[in-house]
Design a protein around this ligand. Structure first.
Ligand code: SAH
Length: 274
């Protein structure tokens, strides 16, 4: 009788290969086929079993990429052929990773599957920026939200602003101007602190500390690009106390305007891992 196949939907974490879970490492070691997303750091490939087939199915910045429907068909057909399939995704598979859609397809097709959590980039980016997301002096909670207005659905920025929660925004860097104006229009103060982390936990990580009122201007000035996470809320101020205890490499760049404004509006762009 043919071996029953199985699909593991696995989170590869934000980039640093040491942030991979032990379970992710184990299933990479037993996989016959590994379907890898663009954002996954190649450094994790060392855990893939020798002889396994690795298929890269990236989709970045509007480039030509494998369609979601094709990926899902491949997951089903490989599993039905009796293979152990790992679908390796950046961060966590169930946080903006379309893992939910893949799980539904597998379920409908009667394919056994298991989800292996990864550290989502929103958590990793906040930590990289020294932001303790739920520090009780500043915030009662945190909201993960995408700024990507997919399928014509714009997030309810007014409700988000009214929540007073820390906002962790995914896929937002290209839309930061819209995010800034929507949150300002919803009543958030221009001085609300913001941390932007590009390529969190990777050697090329960059951080930008600014305020909501200067967000789009500073993102443009520093050419901050995707993949980036924006953390918006009073809790970003807590990162300043972390700064005092963290030995930073020399500042890459300090925005000119920061000299004559309060410390919390100073803008730093720091390559933290050199
Ligand atoms: N499933 C992923 C998110 C996929 S959506 C997760 O849990 O992290 C893609 C978005 O994730 C990017 O647009 C960016 O906002 C964010 N992202 C992924 N990796 C990142 C990284 N290393 N640094 C900063 N943002 C990242």
């Amino acid at each position: 009788m043919r071996r029953r196949g199985k699909v593991y939907l696995v989170g590869a974490g934000p980039g640093d290969p040491e942030l991979l879970t032990l379970k992710a490492v184990r299933v990479l070691g037993i996989a016959d086929v590994v379907l890898v997303d663009e954002l996954v750091n190649r450094a994790v490939f060392v855990h893939i079993r020798e002889g396994a087939r690795v298929v890269r199915v990236g989709k970045r910045g509007g480039c030509k990429s494998t369609s979601q429907a094709f990926i899902e068909r491949l997951l089903v057909s490989e599993a039905k052929a009796g293979h152990v399939v790992v679908r390796l995704k950046g961060g966590d598979p169930f946080i903006f990773g379309r893992g939910g859609e893949e799980a539904e397809t597998l379920c409908r097709a009667g394919v056994e599957y298991e989800v292996v959590n990864g550290i989502t980039s929103g958590l990793a980016a906040a930590t990289a920026a020294g932001v303790p997301l739920t520090h009780r002096d500043y915030s009662q909670g945190v909201i993960f939200v995408t700024a990507h207005a997919g399928r014509g659905r714009e997030p309810d920025w007014a409700a988000l602003a009214a929540s007073r929660m820390t906002l962790v925004i995914y896929m937002g860097i290209e839309r930061c101007e819209a995010v800034e104006s929507a949150l300002l229009a919803a009543g958030l103060s221009r001085s609300t602190p913001v941390a932007v982390v590009e390529n969190a936990t990777l050697p090329r990580e960059r951080q930008l500390r600014t305020t909501l009122g200067c967000l789009s201007r500073d993102v443009a000035a520093h050419h901050t690009e995707s993949p980036s996470i924006m953390v918006i809320g009073e809790v970003v101020r807590a990162a300043e106390s972390a700064d005092r205890w963290t030995v930073q490499p020399p500042m890459h760049e300090v925005h000119g305007d920061s000299a004559n404004v309060a410390r919390q509006t100073a803008i730093t762009l720091v390559p933290v891992r050199t």
